[in-house]
Write a protein that binds this ligand. Structure first.
Ligand code: GLV
Ligand code: MN
Ligand code: MN
Length: 415
């Protein structure tokens, strides 16, 4: 009997208010989900800890580690967007947990270590520090984020201190050197699998993402007495940017652009907005287009500012390259899906994933399962138990193949 469905319900209640789930970096809600996972992993006989970057790392080590191949790592994330759903990230972590449970239950003996990760702060909802945990895990420098202030006004280093963590210790989370390859199961978060009646999909490329914080400064003034032609209205400038980016993305075809968060000051109905701060998220899977997106955002903001008599500041909040998934792992996953008689296809990912951080260091593969009505980053996010199972089954079988390869290769796959 699968434990997965009960776990999905249980974890959905941590930080869950009705159907919406709120678990953000360095909050009690996310840490309780992490502690829940640590307990489950220990019950299964793994060692488990929360590392200095807030990642849960569980390890199933092999008896003789002297010449064991590097670990196979599986996982995803437990944090959410504001008012997010129960499946984005959590289904990947809980499917990884279920795969380990199944291997243990059948007495499987791996020839190489199996690690599981619930990476901290994949979404970046509180500090715009997306993929914080996986970035620390691979050893990339996060020092520039020290003074980043959260949506609640609390600086990152202070938020960590409040939960007993130390920003200076984050580099100690680096553990990529022990990893041979990474596999992540995730919900598709879009409509294609449902439309094509797919059971599973193999991810080809994970989209590249640029995040920008834009501030437009105008002049606060009276809403009724200031002539319409003489205003320096920051919100009007921001509106121009939103529409211009939408149009640029539509024209490009393979780009998406989004402004999902805006703050206007001072915020009075009868007051012209003197300042607008908003956040741009712009994406493409096209490796050639990606480097041009920063210029597109800057040019668009500068044009809007000039048109409205405003001044502008633009800061990069995050940047993640588009990354192709490993071809050998894609092949192995596809072979297994065929062997299980599944309807599957190769699909790119328009969502960002920890996999794209890991993929810059080790061979990485991703399995998608369908999202009902293509809805995600919303409380209505849903993947039924019947839609979950094929992905878990593929993950478990592929894991067995990887874990039985004592000499660290599976066919042409070097792990
Ligand atoms: C993460 O879910 C992202 O795509 O931003
Ligand atoms: Mn997400
Ligand atoms: Mn996710």
């Amino acid at each position: 009997m699968s434990m997965l469905d009960g776990w999905v319900d249980e974890v959905g209640l941590i930080g869950g208010t009705g159907s919406a789930v709120n678990r953000f970096a360095w909050t009690p809600e996310l840490l309780s989900a992490c502690e829940w996972l640590v307990q489950r992993l220990r019950e299964l006989g793994l060692t488990a800890e929360i590392d200095p970057a807030g990642n849960v790392i569980g390890r199933w080590e092999v008896e003789s580690t002297a010449d064991a191949a590097p670990a196979v790592l599986i996982g995803s994330h437990l944090d959410t967007v504001p008012d997010g759903g129960r499946f984005d990230g959590a289904l990947g972590v809980l499917s990884a947990l279920e795969a380990i449970r199944r291997l243990k239950a059948e007495g499987f003996r791996p020839c190489r270590p199996l690690w599981i990760a619930a990476f901290n702060d994949e979404e970046g909802a509180r500090f715009d520090t997306s993929m914080f945990g996986s970035t620390a895990f691979v050893g990339d420098d996060l020092a520039a984020l020290r003074d980043r202030v959260g949506v609640d006004g609390i600086p990152l280093a202070e938020a960590m201190r409040q939960r007993g963590f130390d920003f200076d210790e984050v580099p100690r989370a680096k553990a990529i050197d022990g990893v041979g390859c990474y596999l992540e199961l995730h919900i598709e978060q879009g409509p294609r699998m449902q439309a094509q009646l797919l059971d599973t999909a193999v991810v080809t490329t994970v989209v590249g993402i640029g995040g920008y914080r834009v501030t437009l400064h105008g002049q606060t003034n009276h809403a009724g007495t200031t002539p319409m032609g003489e205003r320096r209205d920051a919100l009007t400038g921001a509106s121009r940017v939103v529409l211009a980016l939408r149009d640029a993305a539509l024209t490009a075809g393979d780009v998406t652009a989004n402004v999902g968060r805006i703050e206007v000051r001072p915020g009075g109905t009868n007051v012209i907005a003197g300042e607008a701060v908003f956040f741009v998220d712009i994406r493409t899977a096209n490796l050639e287009t990606f480097p041009t997106l920063g210029t597109l955002v800057r040019d668009t903001v500068c044009a809007a500012a000039a048109a409205e008599g405003l001044t502008a500041e633009i800061g990069v909040t995050y940047e993640h390259q588009p990354v192709p998934m490993d071809s050998d792992l894609r092949h192995l996953l596809g072979q297994e899906m065929d062997a299980q008689g599944l309807a599957w296809a190769s699909l790119s990912s328009g969502a960002g994933h920890d996999a794209q951080v890991l993929a810059q260091h080790v061979p990485t593969g991703m399995i998608f399962v369908p999202s009902q009505d293509g809805i995600s980053h919303a409380p209505q996010e849903f993947t039924s138990p019947e839609q979950r199972e094929p992905g878990v089954s593929v993950l478990t079988s592929v894991l067995k193949k990887l874990l039985l390869s004592e000499n660290s290769t599976v066919g042409a796959l070097t792990c």
